[in-house]
Ligand binder design. Sequence first.
Ligand code: SF4
Ligand code: SF4
Ligand code: SF4
Length: 326
Amino acid sequence: MACRPSRVVVPGVVLLVALGIAPIGTAQPAPADPRPLSLDDLAALDALLDGEEAETAALLDTGAVVDVAILGIVLAFAVFSFLRKDDRLKVVSLALSVAYLGFVKASLVSVVDIFGAMRASLPAWQDGQAYYLLIGFTLVSTVLWGRLYCGRICAFGALTQLMDRVVPARLRIEPPAWLDRRLVHLKYGVLAVAVLYVLAGGDTLVYRYIEPFWMFTLSGSALMWTLLALLLLATVFVRNLYCRYLCAVGAGLGLLSNLTVFRIKRWSECATCKLCEKTCEWGAIDGPKILVSECVRCDDCERLYADEDRCPHWLIQKRAARAARG
Ligand code: SF4
Ligand code: SF4
Ligand code: SF4
């Protein structure tokens, strides 16, 4: 919240002058015979300060309402783009997340929120309505659909997904499946170590070294910026590297995803067809199986599932229909 010095200073000056004290730097003649404050003076001062507090509270309320409204629009658009399974809408949603939730608000779900929940140390409702909306959306959407937060909302994940669209494919290195299947477990280790460290009384500021979300505040030490540069450089070659292998929040949401209600549908042909598995940028398909803890509901395989010109399920159906017609 930006400071509004004039509103704070004016009643302070009135109070100081009324008490016969000159503010520093204000030349005042020595009072000849200071008049004691009457009850009316004190009542007037009280009313002035009460009015000031009410005005400040109203401004805070308005700011909070605007924050909640804009966040609601960003989240609603993300869900809309997800339900429409439209790639262009997804790009808009990702760009919105980077711009608004990233650079404007620096509002991302962090391992600090996990630490806060462990210690029952959460923001007061009146100060954190947007925070609760974001956390509530993340939890509910994960139970409904899976890691939709990772696939659309998280500004860092959105940034790396957008990076992936402009990086030439020839630069990319795909870790072999056997290695990928082992590396995905690393993030659970990061989460476990961070939680144990904090439970043992460690400093929660450790988050700055295990997640790069601070970058959206543009404030970090030389070491942090260096590590971030290395991470982003590595992400050019291995897409979604941090999300797939290192993110503690992704690990937590991956665990929660095991409760997902509305899962991705599969055809019987998926048992042998590898098209979706090759398309998935998150290594979240293993033969006919969707690995729910790795899937971020990016839509890529779901669009193929519905594509009557590419998915073998539909091609086989069309061929059978043509054969039946003779
Ligand atoms: S895995 Fe972590 S960084 Fe990646 S999108 Fe999810 S929360 Fe964000
Ligand atoms: S393209 Fe169709 S058949 Fe092949 S894996 Fe995807 S959904 Fe299954
Ligand atoms: S391609 Fe399918 S399985 Fe892979 S992350 Fe996207 S939605 Fe999930």
